[in-house]
Design a protein around this ligand. Structure first.
Ligand SMILES: Cc1cc2nc3c(=O)[nH]c(=O)nc-3n(C[C@H](O)[C@H](O)[C@H](O)COP(=O)(O)O)c2cc1C
Length: 219
């Protein structure tokens, strides 16, 4: 049984797609944030499903990590934004410890990005604006979030139905719906190469100079 799984796993190809365009050492920009957006759009153009989905790792008050996938809502020169209930596991983790790690993997183009930083609540007005941009189904579904176990699936379906009747028009924003901004302090770009000498460059925020410094890493 174990031998079969081992063989199955080892027969699955890795780096099946390797981009032909790689970052050039002499053309690396000063700020890594816009590159993340460029890579999401390049992955989308190459047919990557949900290229704006990133894993987010948080750490709870006792130091236990957990991760999950989230959609990135926006990227500007200093932040990446995501939205989630503040009373979710990740929301409670961030309240206790704002340090987070985030990660993108785009198999269609053989690329990944690793991010380390802090997450901060963007306040009520920004969270309401984010909620208003969600589709009706997603707005109703946000009201289904409750701490604790669900007795059975029928209960959630019935509650979704009830919420739909309760809010036939506008769906109010749950008070816990929160837009967060990640302020990265470290961003690493990785690209697969056909010769297996993969490309890596890491950026560190240089607070002394109010900017970033970068260096290449061994593959
Ligand atoms: C592709 C994808 C996108 C997701 N996007 C979000 C999102 O934007 N916000 C969110 O709260 N949960 C999102 N989820 C669900 C989360 O991964 C997670 O299950 C949920 O937020 C509960 O996480 P927590 O218990 O660790 O707080 C997404 C899941 C997937 C697979």
């Amino acid at each position: 049984m174990h031998e079969t799984m081992r063989n199955e796993l080892r027969s699955i190809p890795v780096f099946a797609n390797v981009g032909t365009e790689h970052f050039r050492e002499d053309e690396l920009p000063d700020n890594p944030l816009p590159v993340i957006g460029d890579w999401i759009l390049a992955a989308h153009a190459a047919g990557q499903q949900e290229p704006h989905a990133m894993s987010l790792c948080t750490v709870d008050a006792s130091g236990i990590p957990s991760s999950r996938v989230l959609i990135v809502k926006d990227i500007d020169d200093d932040h990446l934004y995501f939205a989630t209930p503040s009373d979710s596991r990740k929301g409670r983790d961030i309240a206790a410890n704002p340090h987070v790690a985030a990660h993108f993997h785009w198999p269609e183009v053989g690329r990944q990005v690793r991010i380390v930083g802090t997450a901060t609540d963007q306040g009520r007005a920004a969270s309401d604006d984010d909620f208003a941009e969600r589709g009706r189904g997603s707005r109703l579904a946000a009201h289904l979030h409750r701490p604790g176990p669900l007795p059975d699936r029928k209960a959630a379906l019935a509650e979704f139905e009830r919420l739909g009747s309760l809010h036939p028009g506008d769906v109010p924003c749950p008070p816990t719906w929160t837009l967060y901004a990640i302020t990265p302090t470290e961003v690493e770009f990785w690209e697969a190469s056909v010769d297996r000498v993969h490309h890596r460059v890491v950026y560190h925020r240089d607070s002394a100079h109010d900017g970033w410094r970068h260096e290449l890493l061994w593959p």
